[in-house]
Structure formats: C-alpha cells, structure tokens
Design a protein around this ligand. Structure first.
Ligand SMILES: *Cc1c(COP(=O)(O)O)cnc(C)c1O
Ligand code: SF4
Length: 371
C-alpha cells in the first residue's frame, strides 16, 4: 500500500470518528450520514482548527442536509445526457467521463451528492463502452475525466484509462478534474507524475474553495504536477459562509497563481438536493468578480458561471455595468474604478486593410459588407 492510501484510510468516516475528533453529537448526524457519506482526510482535519470554520463547513455533515427535499438530486440532468453509463455528452465536441464515485473528501455541497461515496471504480466493460462511443463520435476532441475523483484510481488503473483514450486518434486533449492535490497531496507522487506525462496533453482542473486550503504540502503537490508539464486550472464553488467574501476570494485566486494554478471557473452553487444552505445570490458572485477584475492580476480572474438548471451547460456572467450602453455609434464603458469611457464604433466605410490600401478606402464598401 502506498503512503497516500494509508492516509486515505486514516480519514474520518464514521459518526464516532466525528464525535471523537470534532466533538459532534453522533446521533445528530447518523441519519444524514447514511444518505450522504463523509470522509475527512488528515490534511483537511488539520485545517479544521475551530468549529464552523470554512474548512469545517465544507466537509462536516449537518442535519439540515436531510431536510431539503424539494430540490432535484440531479439538477443538471446529467443522467438525461448520458448515452452510455458514466459518460455525459452535453456539448458538441467534448464529453465527461465519471471514472469513480470515490472522493478524497465528500464536500457537503457537491452537485453529484446523489452519486459520490458509492464504492467502486469504472469497470473494464464500462470503459470499453465509453471508448467505443467516443470512437464512433469523431466530433469529440476533448474529454474530462471526473467523478468522484479520478486521482483516487491507482496509477495502474488510471494508466489503463489514459492508454485506452489515447488510442482514439481524434481525441485531442484529456482533462482531469480533481480535489486530490488540495485534500490528499501525498497522492501526487513522483511515479504518478512520470506516468501522467506520457499521455500529454493532459490538463488538470483542481478544486479549491478557500485560501487556507493552500498549505505548503498542497503547493508542493501542485508544483510537482506543473513540473510534469500539466497545465493547471482551478474550479471554485461560491459558498455561503465559506468564500462569499471578495477579499477571501481574491486571496484564494492570488494564492493559486503562486502554485502555478490559473483560476478557471467560479461556479454559482447548483440547485442540488441537500445543499440549499450553501447558496448565495447571483449578485454576490458578480460583486466578487468586480472586486477582482482590474484590482489585481487579470490572471487571477476566473469565469463566473451558472451551470444552467436542467442541463443547458455553463453560462458566463459579467457585471452588467461594464457595458453601460452599446449602440451603432459607440460603446459606453465603466472601468474597475467606476470611471466612464466611450469607445466609438468602427464605421464600415472607414474600414481599410493593409493588403487593399492601394484600392482606396471605399473598396470594401463597394464590394458589399457581408460576404
Ligand atoms: C463543465 C462540463 C464540460 C466542460 O466544459 P468547459 O466549459 O469546456 O470546461 C463538459 N461536459 C460537461 C457535462 C460539463 O459539465
Ligand atoms: S471532491 Fe468533487 S466530486 Fe467529490 S464530493 Fe467534492 S465536489 Fe463532489
């Protein structure tokens, strides 16, 4: 057994573990824990220094999860977009493959709360079905390995998956979504990195929600991945009482950049059953984007998106006041300091290109504008 597997085994998983380590009344969470599994790795436990801190809220179960029965268990209708088991094909040129339901920690706000925690990893037969599907769909050029957390597969198992995918000629990039570097950093071993780099281009999007998650061990795990040539992005969920604060979010994004992780998505919380107590308003997300854009490195700004309920995909949102007005004459713009600027529109008859300069400025207009 590898060191990371021992660490995973030492995680808190039972009501009695929570009682012993965190002083929780085990009977208050017993029924919720039957429905929604708990796992708190030693790395995350170390960060829970006081009751109700931002790490605690992400991983410690609460009875309230069991009361919220109105919301859907599959709010993005992933099951409806699944042509073969574990595969979601929603966008034209990319698919998402859930290779396990196991995670290093079970986030209380998880969109896949209906699935995560169930035992097992993708079987050979199901992997073959997914690979066949992609082979028969030449338009698919990008795959996201997801779950659960793909980095809980052993190196050998993950390598079998990667090898099978790399045998598909039209599959250009492979992405892996993972919360492992932030919650079980010892899993990012040198031998894992040596394996992964054989299958480039592999991108990873790492899940982080709070700057305190970025400890020296976590930073080193990210650095090992970056040194293996894996471009790193991040995904963050906007969560009430955890990171719904512009300063906290800005600090998180800045710390990610220090780990060579480029902030990718900031998600509005989904309408998932058992997670309603984490939702914020959309205005709060827009306020956070306004507090980051222009005020610090542009590299630190994630795309703020809502994954459309029912399965419409991710829709990006920008604060509406950047574009005060847009008409045929001009764009009226507001910058990060709330100063207003005017950008005059290009007029078709004034357009000229360097290649056609000798023909005079009206050449393009004379040819008509819309070929
Ligand atoms: C998020 C997601 C993707 C990837 O979307 P990108 O915007 O390309 O990162 C693909 N498929 C599904 C089902 C998704 O939820
Ligand atoms: S690691 Fe990801 S998939 Fe797993 S419980 Fe957390 S949010 Fe859900």
């Amino acid at each position: 057994m590898e060191e990371w597997q021992r660490e995973l085994q030492a995680s808190l998983t039972k009501p009695e573990d929570l009682a012993r380590e965190l002083g929780i009344d085990p009977d208050a969470v017993r029924s919720v824990m039957k429905e929604y599994r708990v796992r708190i790795t030693p790395q995350m436990l170390k960060l829970i220094k006081e009751k109700g801190n931002p790490i605690w809220k992400q991983v410690v179960p609460e009875a309230v999860e069991g009361y919220d029965l109105l919301a859907a268990s599959d709010p993005l209708n992933e099951d409806g977009d699944s042509p073969v088991p574990h595969l979601v094909h929603r966008y034209p040129d990319r698919v998402l493959l859930m290779v396990t339901n196991q995670c290093p920690i079970y986030c209380r706000f998880c969109t896949r709360k209906r699935l995560v925690g169930k035992p097992g990893f993708i079987s050979k037969g199901d992997l073959d079905l997914a690979v066949d599907y992609i082979k028969n769909h030449p338009e698919v050029r990008d795959i996201i390995l997801s779950g659960g957390d793909p980095l809980l597969l052993t190196d050998d198992h993950l390598e079998r998956v990667l090898k099978a995918l790399r045998a598909i000629p039209h599959l250009e990039i492979i992405r892996i979504g993972s919360r492992v570097p932030g919650s079980l950093p010892s899993r990012i071993t040198e031998s894992f990195c040596a394996m992964i780099k054989k299958y480039h281009p592999i991108y990873m999007n790492l899940h982080f929600n709070h700057p305190d998650e970025i400890t020296p061990e976590v930073k080193e795990a990210c650095e090992r991945l970056a040194d293996a040539g894996v471009p790193l992005g991040s995904q963050t969920v906007l969560l009430k009482g955890i990171n719904d604060d512009p300063e906290v979010m800005k600090r998180l994004m800045q710390k990610l950049l220090m780990c060579r992780v480029k902030p990718y998505y900031l998600y509005q919380a989904d309408l998932t059953r058992g997670t309603n107590h984490f939702r914020t308003t959309v205005e709060e997300g827009l306020t956070i984007i306004k507090a980051i854009q222009g005020h610090t490195s542009g590299m630190a700004v994630p795309h703020y998106v809502i994954d459309a309920p029912g399965g419409g995909g991710k829709i990006p949102l920008l604060p509406a006041d950047y574009l005060v007005d847009l008409n045929s004459q001009e764009a009226v713009l507001k910058n990060y300091e709330n100063r207003v600027f005017r950008y005059p529109q290009a007029e078709p008859e004034k357009v000229s290109t360097t290649t056609q300069q000798s023909n005079g400025p009206f050449k393009i207009l004379n040819n008509g504008g819309d070929e």
